[in-house]
Design a protein around this ligand. Structure first.
Ligand code: ADP
Ligand code: MG
Length: 488
């Protein structure tokens, strides 16, 4: 075992899917797609004389997340000014929450699958979640110039901070996945890290087994996927251990991630703590969160991934593993339930989504969410599952039909008819194919009969090939064994 233990706390920023900004009626737009500075107003530009108004929907969304993360919701919220100068922050301060945040002291259970070792669950404590406004976006164009887009300025942002309870890159990844799924299920964020709508930043240090206190930490910013969060965390843990063991030291810094070179890059050293001169926002009232409001929001929470997994296991008899896979992406869980509503058997449908469909999606390089735009309606998918269950299609041809459905959106029955793919269980046709194959492969048959049992698979393959892949594999196995035994 290594003498070093990674210590990681995550800071997550999630843009909330409200219609308007945190403190004005200015619309929220896709900050990657929309033309720059087309969704701005005097408040988001921080013009003198403007006054902020709190977006109630943003508070409700924040409450939903706080409750889903098992947090306490203090009765009084207060916004505060966080003062710093940067061109993407037009007012010269960000309205955030400091001493009186929306939610505190929660937890989230994660299921961790380490690269080597068994899966385990672990509880990660949530320190707090607070509301704030996003900043604008700077694009550096070289020659000392930068462009600024204020579409994002003022977009409601929920910042979630964990305790430093995370002890490996795999745990950081599992936390990010679990939290992202919850945000998407709640409908408060679309989970898109590549667009920066969801940003997960790890604070990392390492602890020696003889240490009694934490060591200096670094923070990695601008990670655009969970994969990169995992990779960057691994690399940074390694870098810190090497520094300490070589007699050097880790300096507190903000890092970036160079994906091409798989390296962290130091963006700036933090010699002393940032001084934000927080003070209560004088232009906004204190927000009282009544217990009735909290309970009303709690009652409206949708079924979350854990509850859905439990229900899939209990109602449909799925294994924990299969249920976990199905609920990991909300879009897949919805699709699965729609396929069941169309009459498919729950276990067969689960097998065909996790097996056939996922295999196809991997081949096509399609993300799981692509299921929302697939050509294959839930009813068509259910029809395919029924054709397999009824023995009309074998596994191999069903996969061929599925690929055709994915490409064309045709009905499975149509594809089966047009391509003549229906499974052949007719014994006389299969017997005939077997006789031919055994005659053509006399040598192999001899070897099989003299003890090379493995050759059964090869002979079986030959028969399936002779039948154009459409034969019922179970019938072939049975008849082939009969005919071979007859020759002993
Ligand atoms: P700040 O007040 O500068 O924002 P915090 O102490 O609130 O810093 O911590 C910010 C994040 O860093 C939290 O997620 C916390 O769990 C994590 N963290 C704090 N100390 C360490 C450490 N030594 N190593 C790793 N993570 C840490
Ligand atoms: Mg913040």
């Amino acid at each position: 075992m290594s003498d070093w233990k990674p210590i990681i706390g995550l800071e997550i920023h999630a843009e909330l899917l409200t219609q308007s900004k945190m403190f004005s009626a200015c619309p929220v737009v896709d900050s990657v797609e929309a033309a720059p500075n087309t969704a701005v107003d005097p408040v988001s530009l921080g013009l003198p004389g403007t006054l902020p108004v709190i977006n109630q929907q943003a508070i409700e969304f924040g409450l939903m997340v706080g409750l889903a993360l098992h947090c306490d919701i203090p009765p009084v919220n207060q916004f505060a000014r966080k003062n710093y100068f940067y061109p993407d922050l037009p007012k010269g301060y960000q309205i955030s929450q400091y001493e009186r945040p929306l939610a505190v002291n929660g937890w989230l259970d994660i299921e961790v699958t380490p690269e080597n070792g068994d899966a385990y669950t672990k509880r990660i404590r949530i320190r707090r979640a607070h509301l704030e406004e996003d900043t604008g976006k700077l694009t550096h164009i070289g020659g000392g110039s930068s462009l600024v887009d204020y579409n994002r300025a003022g977009v409601p942002l929920l910042e979630i901070v964990t305790e430093p309870d995370i002890n490996s890159a795999a745990e950081a990844e599992a936390f990010a996945r679990t939290l992202r799924a919850i945000l998407v299920y709640l409908g408060v964020n679309n989970g898109d890290m590549s667009k920066g709508v969801l940003r997960v930043e790890p604070n990392i240090s390492v602890m020696h087994k003889d240490d009694t206190e934490f060591r200096t930490r670094t923070e990695i910013k601008n990670l655009n996927s969970i994969r990169n969060l995992y990779r960057a965390t691994l690399v940074e843990i390694d870098r810190q251990i090497k520094l300490w063991t070589s007699g050097d030291s880790v300096k507190q810094a903000t890092l970036g991630w160079d994906e091409a070179r798989q390296r962290v890059v130091i963006q700036r050293y933090k010699e002393r703590a940032d001084e934000y001169r927080y003070f209560p926002e004088p232009d906004l009232p204190i927000v009282e969160i009544s217990r009735e409001w909290v309970e009303a929001v709690r009652a409206r929470l949708p079924e979350l991934p854990d509850a859905k997994r439990q229900r899939f296991i209990e109602t449909f008899g799925l294994s924990d593993y299969d249920a976990r896979q199905l609920v990991a992406e909300q879009a897949i869980a919805h699709y699965y339930e729609a396929v069941l509503a169309a009459g498919a058997n729950p276990k067969s449908a689960a097998n065909w989504i996790l097996g056939g469909l996922f295999t196809l999606m991997n081949e096509q390089g399609a993300e799981r969410e692509a299921i929302e735009h697939t050509h294959i309606s839930a009813a068509q998918f259910a029809e395919l599952v029924k054709l397999v269950d009824a023995g009309t299609l074998n596994k191999g041809t069903a996969q061929t039909v599925l690929a055709e459905m994915w490409a064309t959106g045709s009905d499975p029955a149509q594809i089966v008819a047009a391509k003549g793919l229906a499974q052949v269980s007719d014994e006389s046709a299969i017997r005939e194919a077997i006789t031919t194959v055994l005659a053509d492969n006399a040598r192999m048959v001899q070897d099989y009969l003299s003890g090379k049992d493995k050759l059964f698979g090869a002979l079986m393959g030959q028969v399936m090939k002779a039948m154009g892949g459409k034969a019922n594999a179970q019938v072939v196995t049975e008849l082939l064994r009969q005919q071979l035994d007859a020759r002993r």
